[in-house]
Write a protein that binds this ligand. Sequence first.
Ligand code: UGA
Length: 447
Amino acid sequence: MAMIAKQCPDIEVSVVDINADRIAAWNSDRLPVYEPGLDETVRQSRDRNLFFSTDVNEAIRRSTIIFISVNTPTKTFGVGAGRAANLEFVEKCARQIAAASIGPKIVVEKSTLPVRTAAAVKRILDTSGNGGSFAVLSNPEFLAEGTAIRDLLAPDRILIGGEETEAVQRLATIYGRWVPEERILTTNLWSSELSKLTANAFLAQRVSSMNAISVLCEATEADVDEVSQAVGTDSRIGSKFLKASVGFGGSCFQKDVLNLVYLCEHFGLPEVAAYWEQVVTMNNFQKRRFSKRIVETMFNTVSDKQIGIWGFAFKKDTNDTRESAAIYICRDLLSERARLKIYDPQVSEQQIREDLAAQFCGPDGKITDTGQALLDENVEVVDSCAAAAEQSHAIAVLTEWDEFQTVNLDRIVASMQRPAFLFDGRNVINRDAAVEKGFEFHGIGKP
Ligand code: UGA
């Protein structure tokens, strides 16, 4: 919405949320998300034609086009728990839009949704309204965190799905202010909804495919980065998203793949469901494998050993930790009674502690006494790579922050216990340099 406001100063954009703290943060000097270039983009239009408010009904009344952009997490209860998307928030939005609308509105699904959700949204709007009339469009978002502003400025494509040609055209005209016409694709509603899930499933599948090969590399002395480069130079395959890692994270990949799996099962297609589910199975295996390897390499015990964790976010250039591989690696190491010194340049201590606490909850949803003791006694959050390394038996690199590539390895290794283990879950540290400085180095898919 900040990008639309920036590109179209004549269009008034209201961002509304029922969470007053969040809206206050959007109106403050410290935005609630860290994203390169976002501060500047918001500041350019805020209070000019971009407004943040909690007055949802007023915004509905004033607007011609309404984007539903609420979260659609994986269901944790009832039918489809662990797989299907929870559409509670989308439905509540639709009901509120219906109740507050007077006159015609274009309602746009921006949230990632299962296929055929637009039809349900349209039914709710048409049946629970106050006489408003509604066109429903699907306009999924393809930006990635960390590069959001760049992706929004020059998207590979804008996808608009819908049956009502006039509404589709109105939305297309807005994007057309800065996106070339040939990059604005229009499809039917369901193709648009399914394209979003498919795009994420393909991206996640590429990472899982490379991670699968990384396991074989470790067994055969091939180097996964060399394999990835050789494979990626084939123009039919392409070089992006072939970086083996400790496992993909983020709020979307796992959720969307599982959502696709659930849809396939729902439509009675078990073979197709099993095919896609393997992408998530492989990712879970890769995360488990990494923590297991740390324990095995360190003489089969990390109990009372200190391990420096470099990076907690699910990727660099974001403070988002949702589904970050780091959460699961730290959980496994804590369960083995390791002492962790965690450093991330953007993630707050509170966030790290909340994420870890959630891993040690009992059936009542509260953290267990053992979990609390582990967190209190064995987790320290520090403010530099050097502090995380000091007196540690090992370092585990879990996010590919640029600063990890330029640290002074001489000083780091000198401050550690011997042997000084370095487990690079992102393949960002120069292996030869690390070995030369005296590290025992273990990369992903490296001989
Ligand atoms: C992803 C998609 O890339 C976006 O196109 C999509 O719009 C977004 O989900 C969404 O549905 O909202 P995002 O999750 O922000 O974006 O980040 P990615 O860059 O896709 O990275 C996801 C995970 O895969 C990260 O943990 C990253 O470290 C990992 N990854 C990525 C690898 O391990 N290897 C790679 O080669 C690429």
